[in-house]
Design a protein around this ligand. Structure first.
Ligand SMILES: [Zn+2]
Length: 601
């Protein structure tokens, strides 16, 4: 009997693992976090951790990160340095709000089949620490698979601050590391900086001693001392979502329905639903920085950076017609562990990495596509991730065209008929110049489209006007996208964009389904709008002229030349920028040649 039971148990375990392996590329998320509940024994400690912090924006604190990359015995399977740097960029992006960044203080490779598939039972954790841990940096162990002592599959776990070197450890599963800013890596560092889950206590039921009530203030409120100890995050029981809206129901002990947001990094909600920490959470993190710096069991700012030759020759291009900026630089070093790309949206005053803006060693290019706005100036600089964090390449800037992508939006599903998913194009001019009559628009729909998908129409902000269609066979899984081009009339543009945002709708047929597990859709929109006072044309009138022997250049851009050399009738010529009249150009007697030079299309 005992033998049979074990056999059944083994079968079950194998089945569970294969199901999970099949799905985890899309589905294993920060919900698979193994960090423990956070409980205060003493309210004075809570007061200390939530006290007003003056560290925020007080100048950068730069902390060393020791990356322990566990491979199989044969050296395969480890986290790549591309992935490590992309993940590091996510961290520095999220925690730049409290002026905290990490640099790589060495990368340590550990070849071990046993530790590659890491089971956090017995002495494994202490053994790998004793063999490889250092007490002058945060130690992150990157493993192939991570399993809790209870057998659950984990993405990662971390420790809250404590004055013991166990609290310098973070364990991360490779496939959960270089994902999005809202992924498990930034989440575990949130724990490292003393943030509990948003559902801390509350997910144990509304009668749990540490359950948070819904009201943020008043007699029924307990948000400052229960749950995640934050009153600027909602009481969160954690539960089901649809299109990033909480659908899990439930209410607190006073009968107030739970209404948690789903975009918090410390929640268990899908990684694609956001990437925020609240002001109160950042304040706790700032206090945790102070707490950790005061600990004596380790010396977290003790590990030095390497001396690495800085990259140079950074040039950037905002390619017309795409929602991306291409960077290229010169790699002058032989000992870099990778590069971090920093961006400024305020003309070069403040920089930080953006989502996934890190690359491995010997890489000299990067394409930034992260939440770029049209008609906006971006500045960039690059640094080695293991160098002095203040050593940068040259800094250079570029201004984008009016090419704007909406944020990722969850694709809406329905049982039949058209499925309309809105997406916003934000940050656009609120009106067009009076001389412009049509606004050419190209929408590229990136979607989670299955092969049964047939077409998608692009609808205007009224939700009914069909502006264009992508045609059939939109691509699968958010890859190439499918395009629709159309013109908005001046009246449509001015009506819909008057608040700086146009909402378009993607209207797909009911064959669309959750093909790739991520079920989101993005619209990118190229809008051609005249800029720089476009109606103020330079006008050149030439009557009855014979310019034989002369070259006449109007305006200061020389790349357009008339093809007509003899003008026999009144004409208006409107080149984009300028006009050069070549030798032999003539205007017939009694006729007039007018050129209006301006940037309108
Ligand atoms: Zn967690």
């Amino acid at each position: 009997m005992k033998t049979i039971l074990i056999f059944v148990g083994l079968l079950y375990a194998t089945f569970s693992l294969s199901q999970e392996e099949e799905n985890y590329f899309n589905r294993l998320t920060k919900a698979n976090c193994g960090t423990a509940e956070h409980v205060y024994k003493d309210l004075k400690d809570l007061e200390y951790d939530n006290r007003p912090s003056n560290r925020k924006n007080a100048g950068f604190t730069q902390w060393p990160l020791r990356a322990h990359i566990v491979t199989r015995n044969d050296g395969t399977g480890g986290l790549t340095l591309d992935e490590l740097n992309a993940a590091l960029a996510n961290l520095n992006y999220v925690y730049s709000d409290i002026s905290l960044e990490w640099y790589l203080a060495d990368v340590n490779y550990i070849a071990s089949d046993t530790w590659y598939d890491f089971v956090d039972t017995g002495t494994n954790e202490q053994d790998i620490w004793d063999a490889h841990g250092v007490d002058d940096a945060v130690n992150v162990f990157f493993v192939g698979t991570l399993t809790s002592s209870g057998g659950g599959s984990l993405c990662g776990f971390a420790y809250y601050p404590c004055n013991n070197d166990i609290c310098l450890r973070i364990f991360m599963r490779n496939s959960c590391t270089a994902t999005v800013a809202n992924g498990t890596f930034a989440h575990e560092f949130g724990h490292h900086l003393n943030l509990p889950h948003t559902h801390n206590g509350t997910s144990n039921g509304n009668t749990h001693a540490n359950a948070e009530h819904v009201p943020r203030s008043g007699a029924q409120s307990n948000c400052s001392t229960k749950g995640d100890y934050q009153c600027d995050t909602e009481a969160d029981p954690t539960g089901a979502t649809a299109n990033c809206n909480y659908t899990g129901g439930g209410s607190d002990v006073h009968g107030n329905p739970y209404v948690p947001t789903t975009d918090n990094i410390m929640s268990y909600y899908p990684d694609g639903c956001g990437g925020l920490l609240s002001a109160g959470q950042y304040n706790r993190c700032s206090n945790a920085v102070t707490t950790r710096l005061n600990h004596t069991a380790y010396d977290i700012d003790g590990a030095p950076f390497d001396a690495v030759y800085d990259p140079s020759g950074l040039t950037i291009t905002a390619t017309d017609g795409t929602n991306s900026i291409d960077l290229i630089w010169t790699d002058n070093a032989s000992n870099e562990d990778g590069y971090l790309i920093e961006r400024s949206d305020d003309g070069g005053t403040t920089f930080s990495t953006v989502e996934l803006s890190g690359v491995g060693p010997n890489t000299t290019t990067f394409t930034d596509t992260y939440e770029l706005q049209g008609n906006t100036t971006y500045c960039y600089r690059v640094k080695a991730s293991n160098d002095n964090p203040n050593h940068y390449s040259n800094q250079t800037c570029v201004t984008t065209d009016n090419i704007i992508c909406g944020a990722d939006t969850d694709l809406l599903f329905s049982g039949g008929g058209l499925i309309q998913t809105p997406f916003d194009i934000v940050g656009i001019p609120t009106s067009i110049p009076s001389c412009q009559t049509d606004v050419p628009v190209t929408v590229t729909a990136y979607g989670d489209f299955g092969s049964g998908f047939e077409s998608t129409d692009i609808l205007g902000e009224d939700g009914t006007t069909v502006l264009g269609s992508t045609g059939t066979s939109a691509s699968d899984c958010h890859s190439a996208g499918a395009q629709a081009t159309f013109n908005l009339t001046a009246a449509q543009y001015n009506a819909w964009a008057s608040n700086g945002t146009i909402t378009f709708y993607l209207a797909a047929n009911s064959g669309v389904n959750d093909f790739c597990g991520a079920n989101y859709v993005t619209g990118c929109c190229e809008i051609e709008i005249c800029t720089s006072n476009p109606c103020d044309f330079a006008t050149v009138n030439i009557t009855n002229a014979d310019l034989t022997g002369d070259n006449m250049l109007f305006d200061d851009i020389e790349d357009i030349t008339t093809s007509a050399q003899i003008i026999y009738d009144n004409i208006i010529f409107r080149p984009a920028n300028s006009i050069t009249l070549n030798n032999g150009f003539e205007v017939a007697a009694g006729k007039q040649f007018t050129s209006e030079i301006g940037p309108c299309p």
